[in-house]
Design a protein around this ligand. Structure first.
Ligand code: OGA
Ligand code: ZN
Length: 403
C-alpha cells in the first residue's frame, strides 16, 4: 500500500505529513514530526481510530467499539514508522495490523479536531469599528463556493453578514436555506413572513408585533425556547415603506461594555431569571433564563431579550428593582449610536445574523407602502457544519488563513 492510500477515520483528504519517530511510554505513544511537533496518543484511543482493523468502519467512518470492550488487554504489540512515514501498529489481543494516516494524526496534534476549528473566531464590533454591514454578492451565492464561504465566515466573525443582489422571488428563501442546512421550524412556520402593508391607520390582527407598524427595539427572536434559534436570515422581497430601518448591534460588544462600565447591571443580567413566553391561541412556549446567558466554556453566548414575549420576572421581589434597572441600561446601550448600525432593507437583500448574539430591531415606519421580508432560522450546529465543510474544501484547493 502506498502511503497516500491510507484512509483517515473521516472523509477528509489530509496532506501527507510523514512522521519521523514513535516512542512507547506505557499505554501512550509519542509520535513525532521532523519540525519537532509531537502527539502523545493513548493506546485505546488509537485502537478506536484504527480504520478497517475493527476500530472505525471504512464505510461509515464511525467508531465500532462499545466502551465495555475497551479493556487493558487491548495492548500495543509493536509501533513503527513505515517507509512512507505512516504509523503502523500491531495489536496484541487479536494480532490486527493498523496503519494511521500521518496527516490525520498531525491535525490532531495541531488541535484542528476541536469544534472551533475551521470557523473564524468572533470579532466583536461597535459602530466606530464597523460602519456598514459586511456585504457579499447575492447573485453568486448559490453557485460560487468562495462567495458562499465568505458570507458565512463573516456571520461567525461579526455575527451579521449581508447578501445584496439576490433574486426577489419568495422561492429564493428555500433555495438559500437548502444550501445552508436544515431549517429550524417554529410555530411561525419554517419560512415565515414579516409583512407590513403600512397604512399607518392602525394595526390589523396579527400573530406578532413584527407585523405591525411599531418600532421593534433591540432584541433576539424566540427567547421563549430552551435553545433559541442560532442564526436568522431575513430576505427582503419588497420594501416601499418609509422608515422601518433595520438595526443591528453586536450583543457581544454590548455585554462587554456592560461588564466593564456597569458591573452591577452585568451581575444582575447574568444571574436573575425571567420567564419568556409565546402566548398564541393554542401556543404556550415558555422558558426561564437570565437575559445574558454566558453558557459554558466553548458554548456560544445566548442573549434573551424581547419585551413583547418577556412575561414575568422569575426572581425574588426584592431583586426586581435592580433587574429592571439593569435591563433598561442594557437596552439603552444596545439602542445607542455607539453600538447600533441602521440600514434600509433593499429588495434582494438577505441579512444573516447570529440570533443569540446580535440584537436586531426595526425603526417605526414613517410612511405607507408594502414591505415584505421572508425569514427562516437555522441552528448554530448546522451552519457550523456547513462552514467547516466549505472552508476545508476551499483549503484543499487553495490553503487559506481560516482555522
Ligand atoms: C422580527 C424582526 C425585523 C424587521 O420579525 O422579529 O425583527 O425589519 N423583524 O421587520
Ligand atoms: Zn426579530
Amino acid at each position: 500500500m502506498s502511503g497516500r492510500d491510507v484512509a483517515a477515520p473521516d472523509f477528509y483528504t489530509y496532506a501527507w505529513e510523514p512522521i519521523v519517530s514513535v516512542e512507547r511510554d506505557g499505554c501512550f505513544l509519542t509520535i513525532g514530526w521532523a519540525d519537532g511537533m509531537t502527539l502523545r496518543a493513548f493506546d485505546l484511543w488509537l485502537r478506536e481510530n484504527a480504520v478497517g482493523a475493527g476500530g472505525v468502519d471504512p464505510a461509515t467512518r464511525e467508531g465500532l467499539f462499545d466502551p465495555a470492550e475497551l479493556t487493558d488487554d487491548i495492548a500495543i504489540e509493536s509501533a513503527t514508522v513505515d517507509d512512507g512515514g505512516a504509523l503502523r501498529i500491531r495489536w496484541a489481543l487479536d494480532g490486527a495490523d493498523a496503519t494511521y494516516h500521518p496527516g490525520w494524526l498531525r491535525h490532531v496534534a495541531q488541535g484542528r479536531h476541536h469544534p472551533g476549528s475551521w470557523i473564524p473566531s468572533m470579532s466583536p464590533w461597535t459602530s466606530s469599528t464597523m460602519s456598514d454591514l459586511p456585504t457579499h454578492d447575492g447573485s453568486q451565492v448559490l453557485g460560487d463556493d468562495e462567495t458562499f464561504a465568505a458570507w458565512l465566515n463573516d456571520m461567525f466573525r461579526f455575527g451579521v453578514s449581508r447578501l445584496r443582489g439576490c433574486p426577489v422571488d419568495a422561492d429564493f428563501n428555500v433555495s438559500l436555506a437548502a444550501r445552508i442546512g436544515a431549517v429550524r421550524d417554529t410555530n411561525f412556520g419554517a419560512h415565515w413572513d414579516v409583512k407590513a402593508d403600512v397604512s399607518l391607520a392602525g394595526d390589523a390582527l396579527t400573530n406578532s408585533t413584527a407585523n405591525t407598524n411599531r418600532r421593534l427595539g433591540p432584541h433576539t427572536d424566540l427567547p421563549t425556547r430552551e435553545t433559541p434559534p442560532g442564526f436568522q436570515f431575513l430576505h427582503c422581497i419588497a420594501n416601499e415603506a418609509g422608515g422601518g430601518f433595520s438595526t443591528m448591534a453586536d450583543g457581544a460588544a454590548v455585554v462587554e461594555a456592560l461588564r466593564a462600565e456597569h458591573p452591577e447591571h452585568y451581575e444582575a443580567l447574568t444571574t436573575l431569571r425571567w420567564v419568556f413566553f409565546n402566548r398564541g391561541p393554542g401556543i404556550d412556549h415558555r422558558w426561564s433564563a437570565p437575559m445574558i446567558d454566558l453558557g459554558v466554556e466553548g458554548a456560544p453566548l445566548t442573549l434573551r431579550a424581547f419585551y413583547p414575549v418577556r412575561g414575568f420576572p422569575d426572581m425574588e421581589p426584592d431583586d426586581m428593582p435592580r433587574a429592571y434597572a439593569a435591563m433598561a441600561c442594557f437596552s439603552r446601550l444596545a439602542d445607542s449610536d455607539r453600538f447600533k448600525l441602521a440600514s434600509a432593507f433593499v429588495p434582494g437583500d438577505v441579512v444573516g445574523f447570529d440570533n443569540r448574539r446580535i440584537l436586531h430591531g426595526r425603526d417605526a415606519f414613517e410612511s405607507g407602502g408594502h414591505r415584505h421580508l421572508r425569514g427562516f432560522y437555522i441552528d448554530h450546529d448546522d451552519v457550523r457544519s456547513t462552514v467547516r465543510v466549505a472552508n476545508r474544501r476551499l483549503d484543499q484547493t487553495s490553503p487559506t488563513s481560516v482555522s
